[in-house]
Ligand binder design. Sequence first.
Ligand code: URA
Length: 238
Amino acid sequence: MRTDKLLANMGYGSRKEVKKLLKKGGLLVNGEKVTDGKTHIDPENDVIEVFGEKVEYKSFIYLMMNKPQGVISATEDISEETVIDILEPEDVIFEPFPVGRLDKDTTGLLLLTNDGKLAHQLTSPKKKVDKTYRVHIDAPLEEGDKEALEAGVVLDDGYETKPAKLEYINGESGTVVNLTITEGKFHQVKRMFEARGRKVVALKRESMGPLSLDPNLDLGTYRELTDEEIEWLKSANE
Ligand code: URA
């Protein structure tokens, strides 16, 4: 793996800051100074020292995926394709896992990380992280539906949902809305609309906390979060 990527992943700052660290001669690999960020290191076997301190290889990875339909939000499965199967081997070695679940037929923003603390903060019901979904329903909402969905509806198992926000995308007579919820019960969005007699025909997650799906990501593609995005996520949850 490239030195600059490895050090950035290990928390030694942004790529720019890592470049400075290397320029200052702060990195020794097997006792030899490495100043070029492009140099490849084998993190499992090389002895890495930063400013004289031996460092354990422990890196975090933060990915944003535009999940396609037909893959499941799990790390492994005997018969189904998983979101991990989409990743490049160089990312899989960090052992990322999906932060929360999207249904097999749901598309859109899915975060993957190996940072268990952040994943927990984003999915803990106590943290009430907003999740916004673009929802296509089989028939327009009627009077009272918006208010009911926003105030809380009773799901098929008797659970009453917490307050939500609903926004019409192409007018009140249309069948496309944005729904923002702070919870993540099983099939929650589909079951909320079912509670009002509607069927969800397409579902896409647009955002999670301060992070929106990058419009440049095609279905089934992903990218690393920027340092800034990682900071947003962390500070939104403190
Ligand atoms: N709600 C659902 O019903 N499905 C999802 O995938 C996410 C939220």
